[in-house]
Design a protein around this ligand. Structure first.
Ligand code: HEC
Length: 135
């Protein structure tokens, strides 16, 4: 009889302990997510002025980008590089990518698309090539 009541007490103590740990973890997780929320704001400040692709991760833009790639780029860049380098593995910044596609590469086969494609279409291709590692 005494034994079982002691066990009950121990069990109840353990449950209280679990709740305390749970609250502690919840508090910690809360602080973590606040820290994470603060991070992007810091990044924006340090990257002030950089032009970035507004379509990254946008499903419809990626599908549209694939169509542009197929009609204007694949002839040279192929599925994973050809006469031009593999765009799916490019580590260019969004801004540099845009600049090259608008103006072309002087003295190389890379044409200027500034008058053939809209800014949106170029961002769409960028979103598409960044969404996977080959055609
Ligand atoms: C007529 C062939 C041709 C076509 C069409 C073409 N490219 Fe290129 N592209 C090239 C070549 C060649 C290079 C390498 C230029 C160099 O020597 O720096 C290149 C380079 C690039 C680069 C720089 C890559 C890097 O990592 O330095 C980007 C970005 C690019 N092309 C995007 C595109 C996009 C987007 C399209 C379609 C809208 C396209 N290209 C269509 C031939 C082409």
């Amino acid at each position: 009889m005494r034994d079982s009541s002691r066990r009950w007490t121990a069990g109840r103590f353990a449950r209280c302990g679990t709740v305390a740990v749970g609250l502690f973890l919840a508090g910690w997780a809360g602080e973590q997510s606040l820290a994470q929320q603060a991070a992007p704001a810091d990044t924006e400040e340090s990257d002030e002025g950089a032009v970035t692709n507004p379509y990254l991760g946008d499903f419809e833009a990626i599908a549209a980008g694939k169509r542009v790639y197929r009609s204007h780029c694949i002839i040279c860049h192929l599925k994973s590089g050809g006469r031009g380098p593999n765009l799916f593995r490019t580590d260019l910044t969004d801004e540099k990518f845009l600049d090259i596609v608008v103006n072309g590469v002087e003295g190389a086969l890379m044409p200027a698309f500034g008058t053939k494609l809209t800014l949106d279409e170029i961002w769409q291709v960028n979103a598409y090539v960044k969404s996977r590692d080959r055609y």
